[in-house]
Design a protein. Structure first.
Length: 273
């Protein structure tokens, strides 16, 4: 699929993106077994020679508030097969990662060195589509069921490191527009912080299709203790009337990132429009 970047979408020559994730969630494939994951890894092993196992991610569906069902009492799940882990397939330099479980396919790009540059959404999307198609063919060939996608997700993790524009977490106003430091003596300068918010996403016809999650956390860089902010933007939802939720979610994330951050930082990151 060819992805075209909107001409008016904010663009930065050196954005602080440290990781991106594209993910599809689908109805659980009850026929798939751990051995099948190993067979699929065999098809990718030349490009993704490392593997690991993690706990499965829980299934989640974004719904409108009036569709939410309260959970009461204890819920039981009938298992047609023993629990299986979430498998990681990692490339040689650790910059690309495929995650796979019985109801989800994810692909990450990760910045592993200071000189790594963000390869851009269009290239990441192209690689994701190609690897997902490989998995879909594997499922069909091995008669493991039908992949019925019920949820899409795109995430950008930004590491905004102190240096240019700001030096300490108390200078958050230099970086983000969503925080205003009180003028009064009390409570004084902020030392560290955590922020989380969510926003509905609508398509061009005003139909609810998902949500944007924004998470901001103060942190320090492990290598040298430099202050940093970890700013995570995740769009999650469904395709409605043929829309491409990945493209819609990416656009929502990029526009929101530009609104959440200051013109001073935009200049440092080389904003081109």
């Amino acid at each position: 699929m060819v992805t075209v970047r909107p001409l008016d979408l904010p663009d930065f020559s050196n954005p602080p993106v440290a990781e991106t994730v594209l993910s599809v969630q689908f109805d659980r494939l009850s026929a798939i077994r751990t051995a099948h994951f190993g067979l699929f890894w065999g098809e990718l092993r030349d490009r993704f020679p490392e593997t690991a196992e993690q706990v499965e991610l829980p299934s989640v569906i974004e719904r409108q508030p009036d569709q939410l069902q309260p959970s009461v009492g204890i819920q039981f799940e009938a298992l047609e097969a023993p629990p299986s882990p979430r498998f990681w397939f990692v490339n040689k330099d650790g910059t690309e990662l495929i995650q796979l479980q019985r109801d989800r396919f994810l692909k990450n790009w990760r910045k592993t060195g200071e000189t790594d540059s963000y390869p851009r959404y269009e290239r990441i999307r192209q690689g994701f589509d190609s690897d997902l198609e490989c998995f879909l063919k594997f499922v069909t060939l091995n008669k493991l069921g039908t992949v019925r996608v019920n949820q899409y997700e795109v995430s950008y993790v930004n590491h905004i490191v102190a240096g240019e524009g700001w030096k300490t977490h108390s200078e958050i106003e230099r970086v983000f527009t969503c925080w205003r430091q009180p003028i009064a003596t009390h409570p004084g300068q902020v030392q560290d912080l955590a922020f989380r918010a969510r926003y509905p996403i609508y398509n061009k016809d005003g139909i609810f299709v998902g949500r944007l999650y924004a998470t901001l956390q103060s942190a320090t860089r492990l290598t040298d203790g430099t202050p940093m902010f970890v700013f995570d933007l995740t769009a999650r939802g469904q395709c409605v009337d043929g829309i491409d939720f990945f493209d819609l979610g990416r656009e929502c994330i990029v526009r929101s990132f530009a609104e959440f951050t200051t013109p001073t930082m935009h200049h440092i990151w080389g904003r081109r429009r």
